[in-house]
Design a protein around this ligand. Structure first.
Ligand SMILES: [Zn+2]
Length: 92
């Protein structure tokens, strides 16, 4: 599971990270887990950043995340310590 967000920011290495409101996203799809159209909602997608990475409890990559979509969270059954799906590769 990866993520789409309403905003982004660049770290010193010019790697993009999600900011603002984040949604769950499966690469290759044109909508989020909760059904928002990426293009219509102007969401940016983040390959290589997993849903777990952007949970506020995880810190680090999540520091600019303001809202985690409740509908996506509910659909994914997300909990900070949950590892029910396999983690995607860390960013290069
Ligand atoms: Zn959502």
């Amino acid at each position: 599971m990866q993520v789409a967000a309403t905003d982004d920011w660049l770290d010193p290495d010019l790697v993009r990270f999600p900011a603002g409101e984040v949604h769950g996203w499966i690469p290759g799809r044109n909508s989020t887990i909760c059904g928002l159209q990426l293009s219509r909602s102007r969401l940016r997608t983040f390959r290589g950043i997993s849903w777990d990475d952007v949970q506020p409890e995880s810190g680090g990559m999540a520091e600019a995340v303001q809202v985690v979509c409740r509908r996506c969270s509910a659909a994914l059954g997300a909990r900070p310590k949950s590892r029910r799906w396999s983690r995607t590769d860390p960013r290069p």
